[in-house]
Design a binder for this molecule. Sequence first.
Ligand code: FES
Ligand code: FES
Length: 168
Amino acid sequence: MSTHKIELTVNGTEHELEVRSNELLAHTLRDTLGYTGTNVGCESSICGACSVSLNGDVVKSCTVLAVQADGTAVRTVEGMCEDHELHPIQQAFTEEHGLQCGYCTPGMMMSAASLLETTPDPDEAEIEHALEGNLCRCTGYQNIVKAVQSAAEKMAPSESTLEEHREE
Ligand code: FES
Ligand code: FES
């Protein structure tokens, strides 16, 4: 099996590595680089457990070859924390009991983060639509939707921030 040298920036850290031509990005992230927050479930683009952000778009990393990701910037669930502080989405999933076994959770959070970037105040239907590629085998969907609603509230700019922008 031939190998290829690729460059990958993951959560802001640059990596240069050799990958096999048939290697899936999900396995490179987990097995070679140690970003084990990205889970692998079905390996066939159904469950969404392996969802990561690739150059700003959420993709299922079991459907992307590592060589295809050469030169891209990837964000995994590990990249959500800043200064060891949980991201508001992570806080909300904890507070709203948006997980049971937790296997789907990293993928759910990546999809939620992508939704909230473009739709900061989503309604229930928009949340369900954004998460329809992510399956939860514990079927905790109700609390997952609540968690995303709560995250949206936490991430909304405060009145004082809005006031500052108005004055600029
Ligand atoms: S492991 Fe990638 S979609 Fe299920
Ligand atoms: S919390 Fe178990 S699969 Fe979703």
